[in-house]
Design a protein. Structure first.
Length: 110
């Protein structure tokens, strides 16, 4: 996959909860969806009734980070000294989605 999940950070903290993704190959974000899910067993996740965030069209490059905050804010970018870019997105949800210890994120390329 051209993008991978690095971590879900600050679970349950409304203003900070976020998913950190790393770009492993140049791509366009419009082909990716993040689903908020939860584990039902160690080797299985919930398949239905998931909240989803589908990214808008945006080109990203190898080494870039994509940070998706659960709450509200304004999408932005930050250039790093090493030449990579951090891309910040905001889901706009009123409540956190990964405060459950079994909560997990699913990244799907469509």
């Amino acid at each position: 996959m051209k993008i991978e999940i690095v971590t879900i950070a600050d679970r349950g903290i409304a203003s900070k909860e976020r998913v950190h993704l790393r770009v492993t190959e140049n791509t366009t974000l419009e082909y990716f969806v993040v689903f908020a899910s939860r584990r039902t067993r160690p080797d299985r996740v919930l398949a239905g009734g998931l909240k989803a965030y589908w990214f808008a069209t945006k080109d990203v490059k190898t080494g870039d980070s994509v940070i998706l905050y659960t709450g509200s804010g304004s999408n932005s970018v930050r250039k790093n000294e090493d030449g990579t870019t951090d891309h910040f997105f905001y889901w706009g949800l009123a409540n956190t989605v990964w405060d459950d210890p079994d909560g997990c994120g699913l990244l799907v390329e469509v």
